[in-house]
Design a protein around this ligand. Structure first.
Ligand SMILES: [Zn+2]
Length: 344
């Protein structure tokens, strides 16, 4: 039986509560008093301006030649003040030069020797992911998707591919001839009333399509990584639910874990509020958390009552809140599906 399920995350606006917490944290940790320095003389000032101009030219050259990453929030360099500023500025330039030189060498070595992702030493997982990406919306480099999805075990990636999962990259602002979620089996609205065209990623089981908006490929934040992990988790879940070999055991196990958390059994707690939506979101959120090993700040007040909380979605938190689900996902990862589900 195929269960038509469409799912998507809340659009990734940082909620005001989280934002104020981040700002508070920044104030706590970032408020280092700056040492007072003497006002620069007119001569020093003009020298500083010249230094800054040189620095900016050098920076620009490095950027246009691809040796430095351009950051969105790059601010124009402020003139340095004080008697030692000339030397500081020279040292900065040398440091920048060395760092960009090292970076370009590292990139070259990576290219020549094809240095592999530690999650995919032979590159075989990446090949499976590549074969699922059927639409790139003009994006040349989709390796961000591979880099994240190779966290999953090869047998799960292969199972999802064999199930027929296809990955589409879609334009953020589609023109009349561009593909939109509504062209790929997604309705016009998500289950909770959001316009699919404004959702950055989704999975639809009736069409077996996972889509990502192209902007997600250049974002390196927790939200973008989480969305890629989350949406593909739906595909893994459905691929086993709909495989006659695994359907009964898989559903019994996942649904049992969901029910245990829903009825507040001791030791079973949803990893975040979105996981409580239904058994499908439960699997996707828990699996996303299991494969997220970065440390993100914990907020005890931000618990099950939150709709969606990126800072709850990590392996440690899953282990603490829902140890049985952690053990199940850990066994899938380390022992494989057959052994975990005791399938002969
Ligand atoms: Zn979902």
């Amino acid at each position: 039986m195929r269960i038509p399920v469409a799912s998507g995350k809340k659009s990734y606006q940082v909620d005001p509560k989280l934002q104020s917490r981040i700002l508070e944290k920044a104030r706590e940790t970032g408020a280092k008093p700056k040492p007072k320095i003497a006002e620069p003389t007119a001569q020093e000032q003009s020298r500083n301006v010249a230094n800054v101009r040189l620095y900016n030219i050098a920076q620009k050259t490095l950027q246009t030649s691809g040796h430095l990453e351009t950051k969105e929030a790059d601010q124009p360099e402020k003139p340095k003040t004080g008697a030692n500023s000339k030397y500081i500025s020279i040292i900065d330039k040398i440091k920048d030069g060395i760092s960009s030189f090292v970076k370009s060498i590292a990139a070259g070595i990576k290219k020549i020797f094809n240095v592999s992702n530690p999650d995919d030493p032979t590159g075989s997982k990446s090949k499976i992911v590549d074969s699922m990406i059927v639409n790139k919306a003009g994006v040349k480099d989709t390796s961000r998707i591979n880099d994240i999805l190779v966290k999953y075990p090869q047998e799960q990636l292969q199972h999802s591919k064999d199930y027929g999962t296809k990955i589409y990259v879609l334009k953020d602002n589609p023109g009349p001839n561009d593909l939109k979620p509504s062209d790929l089996g997604f309705g016009s609205k998500t289950g909770d009333g959001r316009d699919w065209n404004n959702v950055t990623g989704g999975y639809n089981d009736s069409s077996k399509v996972m889509y990502l908006k192209e902007s997600m490929l250049s974002r390196t934040d927790d939200y973008a990584r989480g969305t890629i992990l989350h949406e593909f988790s739906h595909s893994i879940d459905h691929s086993y639910r709909n495989d006659p070999k695994y359907a009964a055991q898989w559903s019994a196990k996942v649904d049992g874990l969901y029910q245990a958390a829903k009825s507040n059994q001791p030791g079973h707690k949803f990893v975040d509020g979105y996981a409580a939506t239904d058994k499908y979101e439960f699997f996707a959120q828990s699996n996303e958390a299991y494969y997220t090993d970065v440390k993100v700040p914990q907020d005890p007040s931000n618990d099950n009552d939150t709709y969606y909380s990126i800072d709850n979605l990590n392996r440690d938190n899953l282990q603490n809140k829902d140890n049985a689900t952690y053990n199940f996902l850990n066994s899938l990862n380390t022992n494989g599906v057959d052994k975990t589900l005791e399938i002969q």
